[in-house]
Design a protein around this ligand. Sequence first.
Ligand code: 6R9
Length: 634
Amino acid sequence: MSLSSQPHTFHLNPEDYGHLVEQATIAPEQYWERESTRLTWNTTPHQPYCTKRGWFPDGVLNASVNCLDRHLETRGDQNALVWQAEESDRVLAFTYRTLHERVCRMANVLREQGVQTGDRVAIHLPSVPEGLIAMLACARIGAIHVVLFGGFSPEAIADRLADSSAVLVITANMGRRGPKLIPFKTTLDAALNLRPEALAVRHVLIVSVTQDEVDLTEGRDLWLTPLLNEASADCAAQDMPASAPLFLLYTSGSTGKPKGVVHGTGGYLVWASYTHELVFDHQEGDIFWCTADIGWITGHTYGVYGPLLNGGTILLFEGMPSYPGPGRWWSVIQDHKVTTFYTSPTAIRALMREGDEVVQRHDLSSLRVLGTVGEPISQEAWSWFNDHVGGGRCAFVDTWWQTESGGIIISPVPGAVREKPASATLPLPGVHPVLLDERGAPKEGATEGVLCLKGSWPGRALTIWNDAALFERTYLQPYPGYYFTGDGARRDEDGYYWITGRVDDVINVSGHRIGSAEIEDALATEPAIAESAAIGVPHDLKGQGIVVYVVPRDNAPEDLHVRAAKAITSKVGRYAVPERIHVVPDLPKTRSGKSVRRLLRKIACGETEGFGDLSTLADPEIVATLITLIQVQK
Ligand code: 6R9
């Protein structure tokens, strides 16, 4: 698509953008110093970056002041958050002033419950305004928020509560997912009862999302509403060093346990504001809808921080894309005149199936920018979204980034970077991707390799909670001198990047990162299973689906499949349930005993040849055995 076919006016043109890239490259210090002025600081940083002390090391600020207080004078009566409930006639709007008041009350409640600056507070909520309010309330008193995805199992929640030693949890009596009620409080209770001795949780505050009663543990559990009503609406914000953690967010990697990625305050917020403005061409009056749950990084950076820092209006929707009927999302866009719509390729693939006519019934002319994130998008899905939802008029940003990067890294910039369907296109000004060969040498020109980033950028995670050495080992040591992303990419003759997927053992199911090791560790808890391997295979709707191979111990029980699935649901969560479980006599392994996933992937995809040299396997015969077995079991 040529830029001129887009009738909208965007902030940047190619010349201005080129200028930004140039400045960020030749004078990075001045560039980031200037970008830091997008925030309000109590102490202005004198230095943008220091290798030892990170970004804006001597700056002092408060995140909630930056999201709320500083807008009160100029946009106090503007909507900051519009919440659309499941019922189409129920909408709650919060102006900057009312949101500020809610956040102050919540912050005072947290203080009254004994939460101190630096404490971790877990947030386990469905898509209700209290999630965002709780995040900002933590930020206001300098507590570190840890948002836990609603789909986690009790075990997964307990692991994260233990690792973060959270002192308080904010949850809901129930969540609503279409026609279903999700028992948030009961799930949390199960997590808290699993191994109480390992947990530091003293209080649980409950949001009443529905009218349902729940069991309360005396001395620990309290309903939130009465506390909020009694709390003062004034709350002085805590001054925080730029390098103080703002939040932890757990994500999966190739090592077994999910890691608590730590994001700082100053650098992260500069990155959230910078990327939100640049990539989504933020303009006055925009209504920004990011469909991601706040349990994921996208929900943090673009569901909360980015739009509020820039004085935007956030739309938050409680419900699902196609409930009570097809086209619900399109109705939400129409009713709220959404200008900027940020979603996932998985959602687009599902919505495509409902047919074009469902989209055409709606007036989507308010849209100006469409974005996707989380996984590669196919050219087909890209074109459908662009043509049918965007009417060919909108900018399309396929944004590549990760939990650890804090915000968008590679993406088109509306008005400035010409899109190519299904390419994340170019790095944002100030980031420097490189493609490396297996030995870690940079490859020039049009080529393919391991995607790494040279130097730092303000949004980069500070460390991993409780395990700084793991941060070094995972991201900095694999390719010395570079940050290792875990992804592979191709660069074309125009310098555009095309992400090819993970090069490590991370499986991306509907944009959710799941580590192979996480699933294998869960399966190891089932006594009837001797060993296992989990791999990702292409899946029409989910992008990738999980296939699991399990090797039974002697006398395998009849219901091994059921037991395997149960182990995964209870340790990880329902979202990690495999598409197929194959019971096999053994796995293809190297002589040193490592499962060869490349072969397992090919076998699971039904391939019968092209396996290459098998002579390095401990037992080359196993490949033929598995091919036959899987054909029967499929
Ligand atoms: C923001 C987010 C990160 C992983 C990342 C990559 C995949 C994200 C993508 C993409 C292709 C895109 N990914 N965006 N792949 N094109 N536009 O998703 O963070 O949950 O940490 O996942 O997702 O593999 O490494 P996170």
